[in-house]
Design a binder for this molecule. Sequence first.
Ligand code: 5GP
Length: 178
Amino acid sequence: MKNDIEKILFDESKILKKVQDLGLRISEDYKAKNPVLICILRGSVIFLSDLMKNISVPLEIDFFSLSSYGASTKSSGIVKIRKDIDTEITGRHVIVVEDIVDSGLTLKYIEEYLSKHNPSSIKICALLDKPKAHKTEIKIHYKGFEIGNEFVVGYGLDFAEKYRNLPYIGILKKEIYS
Ligand code: 5GP
């Protein structure tokens, strides 16, 4: 897999440091709020598991899944629910945990969908953001790193279901997907 990576953007220690910072901020902001962390499958699973270990207040987790890019690096557009949340989030403080924001359309959809359940609050925690790719206004309350419009894999992120288990985040060589 390593031969398919053009450049490592963030190694394990850099990611962990950032996740610890995010966990600290969330712990400060959610004292006595018992937040529900909603992990967007599948790319966010490693991020969720590292993040929750670094949050010191009680919390709950749940999972939500939408149709994905498939074996493509371009957004297929919105969207079909594959797995809905099981938690009753009415009156709860929700934090959506997302691997990467590209156009922002996925998160916009998720925010609007979850809002219908009348939670007390919804905030977004995203490890990676491609600000130049946004196609809608989206507020990321807890953000890890900003990157350019390159296609990245590793640390949960895939291309055609591969590379998720790389411990770092790297740019995938163009010849792999073009
Ligand atoms: P958006 O709706 O913001 O355009 O797309 C968000 C979703 O697209 C992410 O949750 C992720 O699944 C996928 N995605 C966007 N950019 C990348 C990327 O650079 N690498 C990978 N592996 N997935 C991406």
